[in-house]
Design a binder for this molecule. Structure first.
Ligand code: MZP
Length: 507
């Protein structure tokens, strides 16, 4: 007979955290959200840490280079999706690594012969007012001058005149040499009271622009996650099919972390692929895997596949229908607690700490906080980031509201047979494990993430802790009854939104 587990499969929304004694030092300014991502021996440090416990999901509709750059700027990390050809994934990783904080590649460029009309169109389309002029109109052509919206009068000048008659020529432009630091670039901007500094290489070609506002922005992000060469840190998804070709290409491109992207990682396929990577690169690569939902599967991957971190979660993702389609999975809270227990036992026995990640199914900030309180070292989220400006999809308007498409890696749209293939069996009839949906746009990462982190820090202060490690060690968590869950919401009052809803309803 099948073995029936006595415990119920539970979700985060069934739990609450009890406050602990908040000491005077428990202020949000004192909270440190740093978290390990690599296994480490007791008393030693993780080879890589994140400055906030958040990673974006390895999905086509979530993690492209724009999100990866913005999330690393905030201290987290994106996992660039692997359900694409190796070359395009490599290009995305390179784009993140090329991005130098504060040094931007110019997106609007002019040729000397372009009419002013073109400059006006650029200004209106992008909202930017400074445009470099290069010999071929590209972002890396020979730099000839700079044009700003102050150099001409839209309603007085002949807009068919060429920009070369209006631009400040290179001889009169203050510029920086390629290779200077952001600090030096800023010193030049400050000294000459300029807003924009073109950076030129030895041949006089444009490489980057540095803007005063970007420097300020850089100063405002003390949590930026940078590698030794001051480039943003980025992860890349890998699979158990083409790893022999994909992994070397990603390592060469500078990916800092590799992570198996699989809906079920408790397999010999993942063990074999992980051992191949370890044999080839040793500790040079940081390698995560999963997903698992039990301590047994965690132990298998850690002991047999030598992973640095393990991801937890099957069937809880917002776009996931694996549980409906196949009847496998586990409530995310139960899965996290079981794996964390196994991880803690493993640490006690071996002295090696393995970070674990709660992946998918977090429907609000509270659930993120609970996942960390239950012992996850970091979380991975898809929907949360799909809703931001930085996700790689195009926004669309439905009934006057802005949305973005968001689809699962197991949906037909992702055509990701690799992630959902069971390996070996070629005759399997295909079916979907993910849906193709839409999510409302909530703004940019720098608008939404600080609020989430602020709630997390505040809860940590309530429990009397200032680090994530002590948070999960000390958190006192209780199951809630359905009635106390209802009690937690507003009761017997009419909120503004409710009034509006009623009005809409009444027409
Ligand atoms: P969520 O943050 O949107 O709730 O969930 C994102 C997670 O769902 C991903 O990190 C991945 O583990 C999982 N996922 C991605 N695609 C599918 C699917 O098509 C899926 N079933 O379950």
């Amino acid at each position: 007979m099948a073995q029936i587990i006595k415990d119920i499969s539970r979700t985060f929304s069934e739990y609450l955290i009890l406050p602990g004694l908040s000491k005077k030092k428990n202020t949000v300014e004192n909270v440190n959200l740093g978290t390990p991502i690599c296994k480490f021996k007791k008393g030693k440090k993780s080879r890589l840490t994140m400055n906030i416990p958040i990673m974006s999901a390895c999905m086509q509709s979530v993690s492209g280079p724009d999100l990866a750059i913005e999330l690393a700027r905030q201290g987290g990390m994106s996992c660039i999706f692997c359900s694409q050809p190796i070359e395009s994934q490599v290009e995305m990783v390179k784009k993140v690594k090329r991005h130098k904080a504060g040094f931007v590649t110019s997106t609007i460029n002019l040729k000397p012969s372009d009419p002013l009309l073109k400059a006006i169109r650029f200004i209106k389309e992008t909202g930017h007012s400074t445009m470099p002029v290069t010999d071929d109109g590209s972002d890396s052509g020979k730099f000839l001058g700079i044009l700003t919206d102050k150099d001409f009068w839209e309603y007085e000048d002949n807009l068919n005149n060429p920009v070369k008659n209006y631009m400040t020529p290179v001889e009169r432009v203050i510029w920086g040499k390629d290779g200077i630091s952001l600090k030096q670039a800023n010193a030049l901007l400050h000294k000459h009271k300029k807003q924009c500094l073109p950076i030129l290489n030895k041949k006089g070609n444009l490489t980057h622009l540095v803007f005063t506002k970007d420097f300020v922005d850089h100063q405002n992000h003390p949590d930026e996650l940078l590698d030794n060469e001051k480039r943003f840190v980025v992860a890349a998804g890998i699979n158990t099919h083409d790893y022999r070709e994909r992994v070397p290409a990603l390592v060469e491109a500078g990916a800092n972390v590799l992570c198996f992207d699989s809906s079920d990682g408790y397999t010999e396929f993942q063990k074999e692929a992980a051992l191949w990577v370890r044999k080839k690169y040793g500790k040079k690569v940081v390698m995560g895997g999963g997903n698992v939902v039990s301590g047994k599967a965690f132990n298998y991957l850690v002991k047999e596949a030598d992973l640095d971190f393990v991801k937890i979660g099957i069937g809880g993702g917002s776009i996931c229908i694996t549980r409906e389609q196949k009847g496998i999975g586990r409530g995310q809270a139960s899965a996290v607690m079981d794996v964390v227990e196994a991880r803690n036992q493993y640490f006690k026995k071996t002295g090696t700490y393995i970070p674990v990640c709660s992946d998918g199914g977090l429907i609000n900030d509270t659930q993120l906080i609970l996942a960390l309180a239950m012992g996850a070292d970091f979380v991975m989220m898809g929907r949360y980031f799909a809703m931001t400006f930085e996700s790689p999809t195009k926004k669309i308007s439905i009934k006057d509201k802005l949305y973005k498409p968001y689809w699962g890696e197991g949906s037909n749209r992702a055509k990701n047979w690799k992630r959902y293939s069971e390996g070996g069996s070629k005759n399997k009839l295909e079916f979907e494990e993910g849906v193709d949906a839409y999510v409302p746009i909530v703004g940019s990462v720098k608008e939404v993430l600080p609020l989430t982190l602020s709630k997390l820090k505040s809860t940590m202060c309530n429990t009397g802790t200032t680090t994530l490690q002590s948070f999960s060690k000390n958190a006192l968590i209780t199951l809630v009854s359905e009635q106390s869950f209802i009690e937690g919401g507003t009761s017997s009052v009419v909120t503004f939104d409710q009034t509006r809803l009623d009005q809409d309803y009444l027409g």
